[in-house]
Design a protein around this ligand. Structure first.
Ligand code: PLP
Length: 397
């Protein structure tokens, strides 16, 4: 690379490792020695199908995905899954309980930020079931409007036999994340879930996928994530789906379930090995390069340790700033995200000065999401410890 690159703290699409981008440039011209570029080669070629297998294998081994769960690659992003999880899980529930009315069929949503709120809105829009809000962190916030923490366990109220139980593990906009320590009050209350082995637990891991181990992965029915934070460009969506959730949606539709568009059907995609229709070939390629690199570095454990260290550095600087009266965290202690740290800079024009100071040092995309304002420092996998030190030093200017 000849031109200096800006340090991109953006929340997504976000920075990718430079070595990967350099390799991807070569693959754009000549993929796996075929003489054809990755953006040009057939998705049915043996070179491409072996790439899909490599990517799947990298995810399965690095995250310890058990054989009970399939890995599916699709498109449509996290937003596409807000619809797909509902449709597939309603089909599953219809096959299990054909005679329930829409009012009797329930879907539980845990609301901890703007992404889970959006997901619940989409479920409501699609219909076919009653939406039950199992917990909403706003009820515990200072102003009853902001998403500033994880609800206390005693405030969760799950239904007895819902078609799905939904939560977002990391709220990218608000900077709130469930703890991966069951003893923490900010953990997901697995112990309060209704009894049963095959619970319909669905988690949006879009902004924390591959940043650390997935906590209690085997207890989930579906985990989904867009690639564009930690592992690649936008356009690729990764699904980890327990096999009992890969159902015949057409059989369910005959019993009255909402019909499922074929590209959203988990079964159609799983049966075709994620190649039902043309997949996002270039993002799959780049994600595969990112995860090969991650494997060489020590896998997701390597990133878990690095990301923990980075988060600790940013949060201790934030705490120091709070003590000095120059910063105010947007999130209550214990619920702060490892990936997106959100806070306000206090004082007249202080935020603009902070952003200008960072930009002068080559750092960009630190402005908080337009809906919440303030500063958001996104420290995804590609952000190094040195870059983290640099942004922390800016805060002290
Ligand atoms: N869920 C989370 C946690 C996100 O951060 C995002 C996007 O940033 C989405 C869902 C929506 O993803 P997409 O834009 O890929 O549809």
């Amino acid at each position: 690379m000849t031109d200096p690159r800006t340090i991109n703290f953006g929340a997504g699409p976000s920075a990718l490792p430079e070595s990967v981008l350099e390799e991807a440039c070569k693959g754009l011209l000549n993929f796996k020695g075929t003489g054809i570029g990755i953006a040009e080669i057939s998705h049915r070629s043996k070179e491409f199908t072996s790439l899909v297998a490599e990517l799947e294998n990298n995810i399965r081994t690095q995250l310890d995905v058990p054989p009970t769960h399939k890995i599916i690659f699709t498109q449509g992003g996290g937003t596409g899954q807000f619809s797909a999880v509902v449709l597939n899980m309603l089909a599953r529930h219809r096959l299990l309980h054909p005679n329930l009315s829409d009012e009797q069929r329930v879907m539980d949503y845990v609301i901890t930020g703007s992404w889970s709120k959006k997901a619940a809105e989409e479920a409501r829009r699609l219909g076919g079931a009653t939406i039950h809000i199992a917990a909403d962190s706003r009820t515990e916030s200072k102003d009853s409007k902001s998403f500033d923490g994880i609800p206390a366990h005693e405030n969760f109220d799950f239904s007895a036999d819902p078609a799905l139980i939904y939560y977002c593990e990391n709220e990218t906009v608000d900077g709130v994340q469930f703890s991966n320590d069951d003893q923490s009050p900010a953990s997901f209350p697995f112990h309060l879930l209704p009894a049963g082995d095959l619970l319909p637990l669905v988690a949006d891991y879009s902004s924390s996928f591959m940043s650390r181990k997935i906590h209690r992965l085997a207890d989930h029915a579906i985990i989904f994530a867009g690639a564009q934070k930690n592992i690649g460009p936008a356009g690729l969506t990764i699904l980890i789906v327990r096999q009992d959730c890969i159902v015949d949606v057409d059989a369910a539709a005959k019993l009255g379930a909402v019909p499922v568009p074929i590209t959203l059907s988990y079964k159609a995609n799983a049966d075709a090995g994620s190649l039902y229709n043309t997949p996002s070939t270039l993002p799959i390629y780049i994600a595969s390069l990112v995860l090969e690199r991650s494997k060489k570095l020590g896998g997701v454990e390597y990133f878990e340790s690095l990301n923990g260290k980075k988060a600790q550095k940013v949060y201790s600087a934030l705490k120091e700033g709070e003590e000095k009266g120059i910063y105010r965290s947007k999130v209550r202690e214990g619920a702060g995200s490892w990936m997106n740290v959100t806070f306000d800079v206090l004082g007249n024009n202080a935020e603009a000065k902070f952003l200008a100071g960072a930009e002068a040092l080559g750092m960009k995309a630190l402005k908080g999401h337009r809906s919440v304002g303030g500063i958001r420092i996104s420290i995804y996998n590609a952000i190094t410890e040195e870059q983290t030190d640099k942004v922390v030093a800016t805060q002290e200017v």
